[in-house]
Design a binder for this molecule. Structure first.
Ligand SMILES: [Zn+2]
Length: 438
């Protein structure tokens, strides 16, 4: 088995511990020793000098849509993607995650059935990529999710599989598990055209959520729920969900329940933060920018409280949309955690490494620098414990190792347009006469 010895590095181990100097030995695909002294020259192995560099676990992104290919609208995502081409492109896009220092990720839901195939291709070394865990299609009731009337009354559209009866719920959960998903994802909340309440509301009954969880759990597969309002968060926890995505509008009783059950939360602020802070540069709607800025501000305190009370809070970027392209923003959630949620940089790093390794389905095999863990790590020029945003500078990610293997992080050749892949608009506003008169 190959042995590598990484010398003179400063270690950030992912646990939250302060950085310290150490020598790391890698045997095969795992870390076999962490020595705070130099390792004797008599030990055989390839020696790598990491002087001046930080060695830390690779980033783990707990919320990444690898098969979407950066659409700028639901119309594009639902009506302009082709299965085979989407799979080929996803195989190329995963390399961008490696370039950004991401060594593992969770893909909650995919278009077609591409997710598990992409994961299998990475695992079989057909294409290089981070470790991947995959969901199938997101389960929705016919009330829909955030895509409104674009969701059909039955069947599949884009990532969304509509299930209405208990039989359909059981059949679809079992079908996905037979395909080999690592997670079942439920879109618990949605937006209705004439609803009285503000924001997303619960689109499933508690009994239906329980049925999803029971059916999946009987077969040993965990369930995650996209939920925004307090009711949906409460019922998702009662139903037995294993992870909550967003969970941004809890009330105090719901927060107490979440704290009691310690259900991991992946708030996923990156999409909102990008839209709020940089949306104007890509022509995003001003009203949406306000809504998303408020979501971060209003939920910061509750998420912080959950964190302080031992609820695992995980970093996920929602990469895969035009506002969150692959390989660009995986560090951004750490920045939001530090600036808006009151995390220390080391806590934010832990949320993007060890916490994901322990609570996003990886069984604690990856996400920290410790003996016995998979050797998934990055060498960084600079000290992310002082400033997490340096993790967003690809020129500082000096090397990326997955399972002890050095990954190729050369930039990809620029892509040319693909016929019919992106939606095009005639214009961004209406050409009334008064726009040209005067
Ligand atoms: Zn998502």
């Amino acid at each position: 088995m190959s042995v590598k010895i990484v010398e003179h590095a400063t270690i950030i181990d992912g646990t939250g511990r302060d950085p310290y100097p150490a020598t790391i030995t890698i045997t095969g695909d795992r870390i076999s020793a962490v020595d705070e002294q130099a390792v004797s020259d008599n030990v055989n192995g390839t020696r790598l000098d990491a002087s001046g560099l930080t060695l830390m676990p690779g980033l783990i992104d707990a919320h990444c849509h690898m098969t979407f290919d950066e659409p700028s609208s639901n119309d594009e995502l639902f009506f302009h993607r082709r299965e085979a081409l989407a799979a080929i492109i996803a195989g190329q896009n995963v390399k961008k995650l490696l370039q950004a220092g991401v060594t593992a990720f969770v893909d909650p839901d995919c278009i077609f059935d591409i997710g598990v195939d992409l994961r299998d291709a990475i695992e079989a070394n057909v294409i290089p990529g981070p470790r991947m865990l995959s969901g199938g299609n997101a389960l929705l009731t016919s009330v829909g999710g955030t895509a409104g009337r674009l969701i059909p009354d039955a069947g599949l559209r884009g990532y969304a599989k509509v299930v209405s009866t208990p039989d359909e719920i059981r059949t679809e959960v079992r079908r996905q598990i037979k395909m080999g998903v690592d997670w079942i994802k439920v879109h618990v909340t949605g937006l209705l055209p004439r609803q009285k309440m503000k924001g997303e509301i619960q689109a499933w009954s508690l009994d239906e959520l329980k049925l999803v969880c029971d059916t999946a759990h009987e077969l040993g597969v965990p369930v995650m729920g996209h939920c925004r309002d307090a009711n949906s968060i409460r019922d998702s926890v009662i139903a037995g969900m294993d992870m909550l995505l967003h969970a941004t509008f809890m009330d105090e009783p719901t927060l107490d329940l979440v704290i009691d059950k310690k259900v991991p939360i992946t708030p996923t602020f990156t999409f909102q933060a990008n839209l709020a802070d940089h949306g104007h540069t890509v022509g995003a709607d001003e009203n949406l920018r306000e809504i998303f800025r408020r979501e971060i501000e209003e939920s910061a305190e509750l998420i912080h409280k959950a964190h302080k009370n031992g609820v695992p809070i995980l970093c996920g970027s929602e990469s895969g949309f035009s506002l969150t392209p692959y390989g660009e923003w995986h560090y951004r959630e750490l920045e939001v955690f530090v600036k808006e949620l009151g995390f220390s940089p080391l806590e934010a790093i832990s949320a993007a490494t060890m916490q994901c390794g322990n609570h996003a389905g990886f069984d604690g095999e990856t996400g920290s620098i410790a003996v016995g863990k998979l050797a998934d790590f990055i060498l960084v020029d600079g000290n992310p414990a002082a400033d997490v945003t340096i993790l967003g500078d690809k020129s500082r990610i000096k090397s990326v190792y997955v399972g002890g293997e050095l990954m190729n992080t050369e930039p990809l050749p620029p892509r040319k347009p693909i016929s019919g892949w992106r939606t095009s608009q005639y214009s961004s506003s209406i050409l009334t006469k008064d726009k040209i008169d005067g």
